[in-house]
Ligand binder design. Structure first.
Ligand code: ADP
Ligand code: NI
Length: 220
């Protein structure tokens, strides 16, 4: 029965995110689900069914997918159809509501283990080589620049400021991606985050080295 719900959810999400921005499409969901299940196994805590459902459904309704829709309503109706219990549905919806980086600005609430794990998995997929690829794809999708030396980085204090930013993608590393390492909830994710963080730092070092080399050559 639960196996069927998971299978049906996979099919549903694949179809729903069919035309999503590539950093937020089915393959992002696939990676987050794999990471979340891995973290659960290592940590030996958290309800597997809730973690898997929430990982599969977490980006339904997120504006970053490029697909409009009231995610919570869509997921609620879908899970009701699947005969998932009311209690389980609320647990999934609560994870969806609190998982995002932008939600961390106005929430000091205590997290469920399941939220902590799915959030770590989602954040890990924003880091490292895949994180770099996703950031530039999303920036391009939004029409943002790769880099502009005249646009300084910002410190966002509210969800609105963060969401409306059209910053160059390089700035996004300083505004968000390099902060993720110290925001991990579980020890398993903290360990995985270290290498991905170092790789992003190296990428930025190379990026600026190449940028400056061009300037130095011209001056000679
Ligand atoms: P969250 O909702 O916590 O931000 P998501 O998984 O929905 O997490 O999406 C985050 C990803 O979207 C980032 O890792 C990055 O790849 C991309 N992204 C979001 N905002 C920007 C931006 N301004 N520039 C580049 N990439 C961005
Ligand atoms: Ni996500």
């Amino acid at each position: 029965m639960r196996g069927d719900v998971i299978k049906n959810t996979e099919e549903y999400v694949k179809a729903y995110l069919g035309k999503a921005e590539s950093g937020h499409n089915w393959w992002h969901i696939y990676r987050v689900r794999n990471l979340a299940l891995y973290i659960q196994r290592k940590e030996e805590r958290g309800d597997l069914f809730i973690i898997e459902l929430a990982a599969l459904l977490h980006d339904i309704g997120d504006y970053k997918t490029g697909i409009e829709g009231d995610g919570k309503l869509i997921v609620k109706d879908f899970l009701k159809d699947q005969k998932v219990t009311g209690k389980e549905i609320s647990l999934v919806l609560e994870i969806m509501e609190n998982i995002s980086f932008r939600d961390s600005f106005d929430s000091n609430k205590k997290k469920s283990v399941e939220l902590a794990i799915v959030q770590d998995a989602d954040r890990l997929d924003a880091m490292g080589a895949i994180g770099i690829a996703r950031a530039f794809n999303y920036g391009g999708f939004r029409g943002n620049e790769i880099y502009d030396p005249d646009t300084p980085c910002k410190e966002y204090r509210t969800k609105e400021e963060y969401t409306s930013s059209g910053s160059p993608t390089i700035n996004h590393f300083y505004e968000k991606l390099l902060k993720l390492k110290s925001m991990m909830n579980t020890d398993t994710a903290k360990a995985l985050a270290v290498e991905r963080h170092v790789y992003m730092q190296q990428f930025l070092d190379y990026f600026f080295r190449e940028w400056r080399l061009g300037e130095d050559i011209r001056e000679k």
